[in-house]
Design a protein around this ligand. Structure first.
Ligand SMILES: [Zn+2]
Length: 584
């Protein structure tokens, strides 16, 4: 260990007596604080980095299926009464979890609770399936989803989804539309994608960012692969869990619920990287513009006020019919909406449902009144367009066949049962199907307003003569504007332990280097007779440091009333103001 103070460090101190050295050492004591803080800081940086790397590694082994949670001890009779049992107040993680468990225990024939993973701080990312067959996928039945609270301080959507779960379960027997919806649709509801953020957000806060981000400070709606631009943000556990989730379940329609505005916004959220578009908000339209505009309008016109398109406050934007293209409002990179659509063919919209991000709970009944019909009707739109199965000549399902509607170059894929669905407005269309080892197939079809068109496609084994293939099967298997499925595979770090060890040694070397270079000494006293300390880099041990040079900043030693933080600040200030000291 290098002694922290040495009289030989002082100019002209070679003649110091033992008593002088003792006095110097006593005066140098405050510098020990600095060193201790440096060591604490070192371990903090190290442990944070390790947690970060480990967090990435933990994502490597997602469950192949999601375990449904059912525990009859949570049965709650009060949830059966027709009167609304769920109170209009905000539910934190604990009370939300209790409610979800109680629902799944009380309505086991209509609901099933599962977790798709955990947040940074270990909270479950709960999803409630609501369906007449909650524990089993019925082949051919489309999946829809709602995700709320991905910005932890945007709290209205979270409560709306809890009320939606209760509403659907309680009205299954009495409401014909709800009955039809639950009999024909598998509804997945995630009330909170950012439970950590919600816990630190504050009720009554309409603007601002407290609670918006996850526990590592990442904006989850900027954390997905982007179609237009490279997204270098470190993938977070919450976004990673959602990516796994939507790669396992073929969702056809979804919405993510936000706050801070009143509008239904649809893809694209980002736009091509042109100089013009970087500085302006111009529309960035998908080939499914008509369908997206329709979906957004279904929400806004079934909402109490959204379709009026009134600005939230003077000077805020007003949206015609309460809908907008995402990029036309403002472009963003790494959003969940574009990812759903481009990577997985899921028609996702962003519902901004409250001008105030986290309004007081007493306003929740009004929000529920405004959104209830919109939330229910929007899901019904999944039963519009075309659907069917892709099979081979022996009627076996063809999994992973790439499908696109002609002239709509964003494709999607069949499930392991060969199922596919696509939301389309009434009209004439052509479906193109490509699969490895099969000849491409093209089928014309008609979509009407009243019911979905059922269209099954049979694929024939590719002809043996290469000349018979149009231009090589591989050129067709991925629709031209759809990223390959491998692009959606999360990056994970298999070398976490090696990185952890390397990081530890690297940081240790830097700590030692820094310690050897940094010296404290005192050669004067203030007019209150207190020693004045000076910190600065020294090129070598045991050699005099030129304290008289003007680059050095002197600071008063902390008295007993001053905190170590003052000392650290002062010491760092000295370093910053003295970049290099020549050897005398
Ligand atoms: Zn948001």
């Amino acid at each position: 260990m290098i002694p922290l103070c040495r009289s030989s460090d002082m100019e002209g101190s070679n003649e110091d007596t033992e008593e002088d050295k003792r006095v110097w050492c006593r005066r140098m004591k405050p510098a020990m604080w600095y060193l201790m803080m440096l060591i604490v800081g070192f371990f903090y940086v190290y442990l944070t980095a390790i947690q970060y790397i480990r967090g990435q590694q933990a994502l490597q082994d997602p469950p192949s299926t999601y375990l449904k949670q059912y525990d009859p001890q949570y049965f709650d009779e009060s949830l059966i009464s027709p009167a609304n049992a769920l109170t209009f107040e905000y539910h934190n993680y604990t009370t939300m979890t209790d409610f979800l468990r109680a629902m799944s225990a009380t309505y086991p024939n209509l609901t099933a609770l599962y977790s798709i993973g955990k947040s940074v701080q270990g909270r479950d990312l709960w999803v409630m399936v609501v369906s007449s067959s909650p524990y089993q996928h019925i082949i051919g039945q489309p999946n829809v989803k709602y995700v709320a609270n991905m910005h932890g301080n945007e709290a209205v959507g979270r409560e709306m989804l809890l009320h939606l779960i209760e509403y659907l379960a309680k009205n299954y027997q009495t409401d014909d539309y709800v009955h039809w919806l639950l009999d024909n649709t598998r509804i997945h509801i995630m009330p909170s994608m950012n439970p950590d953020g919600f816990e630190v957000a504050r009720e009554g806060t309409c603007q601002g960012g407290q609670g918006r981000y996850n526990a590592r400070g990442f904006d989850l709606n900027r954390n997905f692969p982007d179609y237009f631009k490279q997204n270098n943000k470190k993938s977070q556990p919450e976004a990673e869990a959602v990516k796994q989730w939507i790669s396992k379940i073929q969702f056809v329609l979804s919405a993510n619920l936000h706050g801070g505005a009143l509008v239904a916004s649809y893809p694209f959220d980002n736009s091509p990287n042109t100089i013009f578009q970087q500085f302006t908000s111009t529309p960035s339209l998908t080939p499914d513009e008509d369908a997206f505009k329709h979906l957004a309008s279904i929400y806004s016109f079934n909402h109490g006020t959204m379709h009026l398109g009134l600005p939230c406050k003077p000077g805020a934007p007003a949206f015609t019919n309460g809908t907008t293209n995402g990029a036309a409002w403002y472009p963003l990179t790494g959003g969940m909406q574009d990812y759903n659509y481009v990577w997985h063919g899921c028609m996702d919209t962003t519902i901004e449902m409250s001008c105030c991000k986290y309004p007081m709970a007493k306003q929740l009944p009004k929000f529920w009144q405004d959104n209830q019909e919109a939330l229910v009707r929007y899901m019904g739109e999944v039963h519009r367009g075309v659907r069917g199965f892709v099979v081979d000549t022996e009627m076996r399902p063809v999994e992973g066949a790439s499908i696109k509607v002609k002239s709509r170059d964003v494709g999607f894929q069949t499930t392991k049962y060969g199922e596919y669905w696509r939301i389309l407005l009434p009209g004439h269309y052509s479906l193109e199907v490509y699969a490895n080892g099969y000849d491409p197939a093209v089928e014309d079809f008609l979509v009407v307003d009243t019911n979905p068109t059922l269209l099954n496609i049979t694929l024939y084994r590719a002809s043996p003569e290469p000349d018979a293939l149009p231009s090589g099967p591989n050129n067709h298997h991925t629709p031209p504007h759809s990223p390959p499925p491998s692009a959606a595979v999360p990056t994970s770090n298999p070398n976490a332990s090696a990185i952890a060890i390397t990081l530890f040694f690297t940081l240790t070397v830097h700590l030692v280097k820094f310690y050897r270079l940094f010296k404290y000494f005192s050669d004067r006293v203030s007019h209150h007779r207190r020693p004045v300390f000076i910190g600065g880099p020294a090129q070598s041990q045991g050699r005099p440091v030129p304290v008289h040079r003007p680059e050095f900043r002197a600071f008063s030693p902390p008295s007993r009333t001053k905190s170590p933080a003052f000392l650290i600040f002062s010491a760092e200030f000295s370093i910053a103001s003295c970049p290099s000291i020549p050897e005398p």
